[in-house]
Design a protein around this ligand. Structure first.
Ligand SMILES: [Mn+2]
Length: 425
């Protein structure tokens, strides 16, 4: 199903005068600080966050899954759902495919459908953390790091196949996240795990087209609980450096031990030109995959502060942005809209920060002023700014409200039924 610009405009019109009051006030406030509001609106409008192909269905914990109805049953239905999101929020103009959950069997028609909805193909993701029904070998004891060369070869071939699918769709990056590691001390030799992983990645790297990147994701624990093959940004950076310029690190917010200073990692990776991808989610304890900004919005702002600073002051090209969260309780579409909104708010706040004043405070060791500048920015309600950037592009002033007013979930259930199950987690 699709929604029209007219449907969105009709609902926007009911909110228009209230929005214009809010935006007018904020614009005056920002103008008084010498901030170029038009430039910021343009940057917000251009910012696109990829939706992973598996995120449109209800996720699950290891204890159970409670599907919500009307889930997309095919890749094309998933793209249609992202089309609805993008029409509503103007910031979801990309999809990130997970293979083999979403194999594009007819790339031409898939490309045409996505183009008609103004959706691009972001990084493609390989999956060697599950065994596939037709697989010759099991990944129970690892994939790219496995002690058995034949099993490594199967995992390497899978990654090359994923690159080929991505090429057919116009993607330009491969994301590799490995579940490889050990759960008990003594299970394997750390150096051997690293060397096998690196040499497997070298083979995959040699299959990358010239204008492609491979993004190396890291995670400290889970599913393995003693060691992971690529546990942290240092190992990811080591691997990416050894592979070459087309290899970059990928930061996933949930893939850090509690209280890790992620903004510092972002800053240093960008200084090195090595931050290639970014996965958004939020967490209270570990890799909880919660809605972006639902637990630690100030941390999200501090991270965006470094991302914006890095994009302005380093040669690091813009990372591939993706939401990597699981939607177990809420309607996945509503959850994704909340996540995108949180991202846009943090981005807008980072854009309005007075960076000159912050630099001056840092050079004067004025710790109090530095904190005042950051917190004053974080406490500025920029929601009207984000809404205005949507309005300028005929998207919804309030995406969730329009989604609910148009009764989109009910229409999807009517179209697809209550029992469709989306491929994915
Ligand atoms: Mn991730």
């Amino acid at each position: 199903m699709r929604i029209s610009k007219d449907q969105i405009q009709d609902i926007n019109n009911q909110e228009l005068s209230s929005h214009e009051n809010d935006f007018g006030r904020l614009k005056d406030q920002l103008n008084n600080k010498g901030i170029q509001v038009d430039t910021i609106l343009e940057r917000l409008a251009n910012f696109q966050v990829a939706i992973p192909s598996w995120a449109l269905g209800t996720g699950a914990t290891r204890f159970g899954r409670f599907p919500g109805g009307g889930e997309p049953a095919s890749l094309h239905q998933k793209i249609e759902d992202i089309g609805i999101l993008h029409a509503l929020n103007n910031s979801s103009g990309a999809i990130s495919l997970h293979i083999p959950w979403d194999i594009p069997s007819d790339p031409k028609s898939t490309r045409e459908l996505a183009a008609s909805l103004n959706i691009k193909f972001d990084a493609v993701n390989s999956n060697t953390f599950q065994d596939q029904p037709d697989a010759k070998h099991s990944y129970k004891f690892g994939s790219l790091s496995h002690v058995n060369k034949e099993i490594r070869a199967q995992a390497i071939a899978h990654n090359k196949e994923v690159i080929n699918y991505g090429k057919a769709l116009g993607s330009d990056a491969l994301t590799v996240w490995l579940a490889d590691g050990t759960t008990f001390p003594g299970q394997a030799n750390f150096r051997q795990i690293f060397q096998n992983t690196l040499s497997s990645l070298e083979e995959i790297y040699s299959h990358l087209p010239d204008d492609w990147k491979v993004l190396i994701e890291y995670k400290p624990f889970e599913p393995n609980f003693y060691s992971m093959a690529i546990p942290d940004w240092g190992t990811s950076h080591l691997v990416a450096s050894q592979l070459g310029d087309k290899a970059r690190c990928l930061v996933d917010l949930g893939h850090h031990l509690p209280n890790t200073n992620i903004e510092q990692i972002v800053s240093i990776l960008m200084m090195q030109g090595k931050l290639g991808g970014f996965h958004f989610n939020d967490s209270k304890y570990a890799d909880d995959d919660l809605t972006v900004g639902s637990i630690k919005p100030y941390q999200l702002f501090l991270i965006f502060n470094e991302l914006v600073d890095g994009m302005a002051n380093t040669s690091n090209s813009e990372p591939a942005w993706m939401i990597d969260a699981s939607h177990n309780l809420k309607d996945p579409m509503e959850d994704l809209m909340q996540s995108v909104e949180a991202i846009m708010i943090a981005y807008a706040q980072a854009l309005i920060l007075d960076r000159k004043a912050l630099t001056a405070a840092q050079l004067n060791n004025d710790v109090t002023l530095a904190q005042e500048l950051l917190q004053d920015t974080f406490r500025t309600d920029v929601r009207a700014l984000v809404a205005e950037s949507r309005k300028m592009n005929n998207a919804a002033l309030n995406p969730i409200q329009v989604y609910r007013d148009l009764k989109i979930r009910a229409a999807l259930i009517k179209e697809r039924g209550n029992n469709t199950v989306s491929t994915g987690l």
